[in-house]
Ligand binder design. Structure first.
Ligand code: NAP
Length: 270
């Protein structure tokens, strides 16, 4: 049985490939642009773009299971059409826990993921969404060479390691277990506490500079997601961002800790 991992170069996609290989599953990896030798030799690498249904159709030939990222809302209908034609046994789609979080209703990130989910739910596909709430990899955007600029440094969330998201996705691909709750890490940590853990693991002091929402709007005016992110931070500062037990229910073990995640990414921080 072959699994196509669409977005196999992404943080989560790459971990899905690794974990399927560890189970001796056949894996086809798709990327938008093929580079040389970035996957183990037993992985078949193909080119596919969610915005180009023909490329997707070719990548799906002979495949029984599919992992994919959320397509852009304007790509969803085309992606679903091609998937329905390919008729796989399982489609696992990376979505967002914000879809299930009442306080996120109306937030543009949550609503985009909801629109994609609604389209998949209405299709004739054996579909399972995977819903992480806050990815630990967001923190790789922090430039540790300078004071780290944070809106609401005390805002607490429970970021999840990409390996745990992938482990839940692989469970959804290879079993019939329910995997659709909000996925989080095991501990609520403020942004400041996370900076302190990074400093401890890197072995050098790090500074934090607090930004107002107005500062952030100016600094990130190019980002279409800034209002949604400010919204999430406001909720988190008010204690509205949960740590759930879903990863443990699905995997039968505690989620990996934030410290573990930092140790795994020690060399990725600027
Ligand atoms: N940030 C959060 O806290 C958060 C919370 C909940 C959910 N999420 C979800 O998690 C995702 C990020 O996961 P990640 O860290 O693993 O992302 P990532 O490392 O940035 O990887 C994204 C992958 O998506 C692929 N991709 C993008 N557009 C594509 C297209 N048109 N066709 C085919 N592949 C395409 C990219 O492929 P190439 O490498 O080939 O370009 C890349 O491999 C977000 O997009 C969001 O949906 C994020």
């Amino acid at each position: 049985m072959t699994t196509l991992v669409i977005g196999a170069r992404g943080n989560v996609g790459r971990a899905v490939v690794e974990q399927l290989l560890a189970l001796s599953e056949d894996v086809r990896a798709s990327v938008r642009r093929i580079r040389g030798n970035e996957f183990p030799a037993q992985v078949e690498v193909v080119r596919a773009d969610l915005s180009e249904p023909d490329s997707l159709s070719a990548a799906l030939r002979g495949v029984q299971r599919v992992f994919l990222y959320a397509p852009e809302p304007n790509q969803v209908a085309g992606v679903i059409r091609v998937l329905e034609k390919a008729d796989p046994e399982r489609v696992v789609q990376l979505s967002s826990g914000s879809v299930l979080l009442e306080s996120a209703a109306g937030n543009s990130i949550a609503e985009e993921h909801r629109a994609v989910e609604d389209a998949f739910a209405a299709a004739s596909l054996p579909w399972a969404p995977i819903r992480p709430l806050v990815l630990a990899t967001n923190d790789l955007h922090w430039d540790t060479r300078h004071p780290i600029r944070l809106v609401r440094p005390q805002a607490r969330t429970a970021p999840i390691h990409e390996h745990d998201i992938a482990a839940v996705a692989v469970t959804a691909l290879t079993t019939t277990k329910a995997t659709d709750g909000i996925l989080t890490g095991n501990e609520l940590l403020s942004q400041e506490e996370r900076v302190a853990i990074i400093a401890d693991v890197l072995g050098r002091p790090l500074q934090v500079e607090e930004l107002t929402e107005g500062d952030a709007r100016k600094a990130f005016q190019h980002s279409s997601q800034i209002e949604a992110i400010l919204d999430f931070l406001r909720t988190a500062a008010d204690g509205g961002s949960p740590a759930t037990g879903v990863v443990e229910e699905v995997l039968g073990r505690k989620p990996l800790s934030y410290r573990q995640w930092v140790e795994d990414h020690r060399n990725d921080f600027a």
